[in-house]
Ligand binder design. Structure first.
Ligand SMILES: [Zn+2]
Length: 510
């Protein structure tokens, strides 16, 4: 296993406030960051905001603000997601920070120096919201192919990045690294796009001022995507990063929405190759959410506010729902009914009840003190074996970034433990004094199965997991437990005195 793990969210654009899409990407990255820490890896988890470009300049102008003032206002909404959603990012980068200017200009200068960036003139159809130029061929019915809005003809002197030169190196990189772009269907799309040929990319603008100046050419600012992508190395201290950079680069995973995959899987590795820096190891493109069956939009008034979700349902439940409901990589539909159903069924009934029943019986039959188990019988061994299998299934699913599968595996163990309670019927054993030892073993096994479920679920539902961890008499932070050690059967301390109940997942009344 690699000793380090570097994961990033895209940096979020400050012309809008956070919605479910931002929360989704950040939560997914957080679950992975937490999981890899529990595998014993040193993790660096970066998120931040993209604060330059025409859209921000325009939004600021409309609101009578300087672009920087707008950025300063909106950034707090994104920074606030960290505590609200229980996010464990190690740094938060803003592209308006001096460290980022130094990084972008250094990278740009490298490609300018070797001729991969050259001065030319650009003419094309420009879509302002997408900050993209399009050719005649790319337009769809005369409109922007990405957002279907009107485009305008524009011409300006521009620096170009020699992307055409990287067609072959990129295809070779995809070939050598079959897991670079995931999921597989997206990988095929990108390969087809690159095989079709690449045009040199305009990487500077003279038409706007809100951006990082091209070194030595003050009339030009660097194209916002070139600026934004570079955040991933700025975060590690590039260009002077030293040990941190060497330890964590290349990034293990850039998590992105499917709409920005091309920037990450084509442009970004090419920029890096040109500068003599290794490309990232992985880019994963996830899907989008509709809301109650409809496309989410401001005009429909159905934008899901993550802060409101946390206030109503709690961060754990919101996190669980987003990662459990839809296979990661596909599109999904967000509905309050489905969310409440998940909370009541999976969290409160299955998981919460398992712990509560166990604690209740432990209090009633053993005064709350965890009994030492006898050697396991046949009926115990299958539960113990399943705990080991689930641990391996979760690991395999997390390697594939399949959160829904990881959670389904954990819930297999939750459900098996509930069935074990019913089949072992501790209440019947308690009526027979000669079965006292067996009763103790059964209760130990229920609690131990619950402990392993808590451990494995903690990257997804961190606050509830910590509360349950403490209720089980386990010490320290569950988030700091190392799975190879802590997930082994038999880790529950005997003799510890546990509370009679713990409500980790309250039911939501309809
Ligand atoms: Zn557009």
């Amino acid at each position: 296993m690699k000793p380090t793990f570097y994961i990033t969210t895209p940096i979020y654009y400050v012309n809008d406030v956070p919605h479910i899409g931002h929360a989704y990407t950040t939560i997914a990255c957080d679950a992975l960051a937490r999981y890899h820490r529990m595998k014993g890896q040193q993790v660096f988890f970066l998120t931040g905001t993209d604060e330059h470009g025409e859209k921000v300049q325009k939004s600021a102008l409309q609101q009578g603000l300087a672009p920087r003032e707008l950025a300063d206002r909106v950034v707090t909404r994104f920074q606030g997601l960290t505590p609200a959603l229980e996010i464990t990012n190690d740094d938060f980068i803003r592209t308006t920070e001096p460290r980022h200017y130094a990084s972008v200009q250094d990278l740009f200068r490298k490609s300018l120096g070797n001729g991969d960036i050259y001065l030319g003139e650009y003419e094309g159809w420009y879509c302002t919201p997408c900050e993209s130029y399009w050719t005649d061929l790319q337009l769809v019915e005369g409109k922007c192919p990405e957002c279907r809005r009107d485009v305008e003809k524009r011409k300006e002197p521009s620096f170009f990045f020699r992307l055409s030169k990287y067609r072959k190196p990129l295809l070779e990189y995809y070939e050598r690294n079959p897991r670079f772009i995931r999921p597989e269907s997206r990988r095929n799309e990108v390969i087809a796009f690159v095989e079709g040929g690449l045009n040199d990319l305009s990487v500077s603008r003279t038409s706007l001022s809100w951006g990082i100046p091209v070194p030595g050419h003050p009339g030009h600012v660097i194209y916002v995507w070139y600026d934004a992508l570079t955040n991933y190395i700025t975060g590690l201290g590039y260009p002077g990063g030293g040990e941190t950079f060497d330890a964590f680069w290349p990034a293990d995973l850039h998590m992105v929405g499917k709409d920005i995959l091309r920037f990450h899987a084509v442009f970004w590795p090419a920029f890096l190759m040109s500068a003599g820096i290794a490309p990232p190891l992985g880019v994963f493109a996830h899907g989008w959410w509709t809301v109650e069956g409809q496309k989410m939009s401001k005009s429909l008034g159905n934008v899901v506010d993550p802060y409101e979700m946390v206030a109503t349902y709690g961060a754990d439940a919101f996190r669980y729902f987003l990662l459990r409901e839809v296979p990661f990589g596909l599109d999904g539909d967000f509905s309050k009914k489905a969310l409440v159903h998940r909370i009541n069924s999976d969290l409160a009934n299955d998981f919460g009840n398992l712990l509560n029943r166990a604690l209740g019986m432990l209090g009633k039959y053993f005064g709350g003190a965890v009994p030492a188990p006898s050697p396991p019988g046949e009926e115990d061994l299958s539960l113990i074996a399943l705990a080991g299998e689930v641990r391996r299934s979760v690991d395999a699913a997390m390697e594939e970034v399949e959160f829904h599968r990881a959670l389904a595996a954990i819930w297999d163990l939750v459900k098996a433990a509930n069935r074990y309670v019913d089949a072992s019927a501790p209440w019947a054993l308690a009526r027979d004094a000669s079965k006292r030892e067996r009763l103790g073993t059964v209760l130990y096994n229920i609690l131990e199965a619950a402990r392993i479920c808590v451990l494995l679920s903690s990257p997804f539902v961190p606050a509830a997991a910590q509360a349950m961890w403490e209720a089980l008499g386990c010490q320290g932070e569950v988030a700091k437990a190392i799975l190879s050690d802590a997930a082994t059967w038999g880790g529950l301390r005997t003799g510890a005195e546990l509370p009679r109940s713990a409500v980790a997942f309250p039911r939501i009344e309809a």
